[in-house]
Design a protein around this ligand. Structure first.
Ligand code: ZN
Ligand code: ZN
Ligand code: ZN
Ligand code: ZN
Ligand code: ZN
Ligand code: ZN
Length: 231
């Protein structure tokens, strides 16, 4: 009976030691592991004593032996910090390598913004296209990415005139022949006239009088007008 009670206490003490070891620093855990491996059975008070002495030692460790445990942060949204632990006393220290905000952005394009390769944060952009001017026979093109925009616009032809062919009012290109004037026949009183532009050419022909005995009845051979009439 007494023996069973004692082993129950022993189990409880072991459990307590384990809890203490887990909440304690790593070196205490190492000590426990080493001692258990050697098969050394320790009493509860001895454990407490070790734990206390470790804590005292931590304060007394004059020459720390730092070992890099891990690195945290990405340098973008948080600092990159190296975490060191003293292998002798378990004391920890931190060293900031890179402060936050050091994004590593991709180049922004016409249609997409820069993205941080490390944290995915959005940077500059999108830049938008940088268009050339669209012409009559070529489209606007982005100088940066080569994408085609509006156009080609097509020519805007004017009607040809007597002296000028059809021309594009945008680019000045011409097409087709120069039509030339389209003259009517000259009459006795009216010179040659262009039916399209109204330009006159030459002189009126003048009347060609029939020779008559009575000058008051002289008639024009071409138009029949009687000499001395209003015409
Ligand atoms: Zn130390
Ligand atoms: Zn970033
Ligand atoms: Zn573009
Ligand atoms: Zn044109
Ligand atoms: Zn004309
Ligand atoms: Zn006439």
């Amino acid at each position: 009976m007494k023996r069973t009670g004692k082993s129950v206490i022993s189990v409880l003490i072991s459990a307590l030691i384990l809890v203490l070891a887990l909440v304690g620093n790593t070196d205490v855990k190492t000590v426990h592991a080493a001692q258990h491996a050697k098969g050394v059975k320790m009493g509860f008070h001895k454990e407490i004593a070790i734990n206390r002495s470790e804590k005292i030692l931590k304060g007394l460790c004059l020459f720390h032996k730092w070992s890099l445990r891990n690195t945290s942060g990405d340098g973008c949204e948080s600092d990159i910090v190296e975490h060191y632990v003293c292998v002798k006393c378990g004391k920890t220290k931190e060293k900031t390598i890179t402060t936050a905000g050091n994004h590593d952005f991709t180049a922004p394009t016409c249609t997409s913004s820069a993205v941080c390769r490390k944290c995915g944060a959005r940077g500059r952009g999108p830049l938008g296209h940088d268009w050339t001017v669209a012409t009559c026979d070529s489209s606007a093109t982005c100088k940066r990415c080569g994408v085609k925009g509006e156009g080609p616009l097509g020519h805007m032809w004017t009607s040809p005139t007597c002296t000028d062919p059809s021309r594009c009012i945008r680019c000045g290109k011409s097409k087709g022949p120069v039509p030339g004037h389209c003259f009517t026949q000259a009459t006795c009183t009216v010179p040659q006239l262009c039916m399209r532009c109204g330009m006159s050419y030459g002189e009126p022909l003048g009347h060609e009088w029939e020779e008559g005995t009575d000058t008051s009845t002289e008639k024009c051979k071409r138009c029949g007008v009687i000499r001395g009439s209003t015409n």
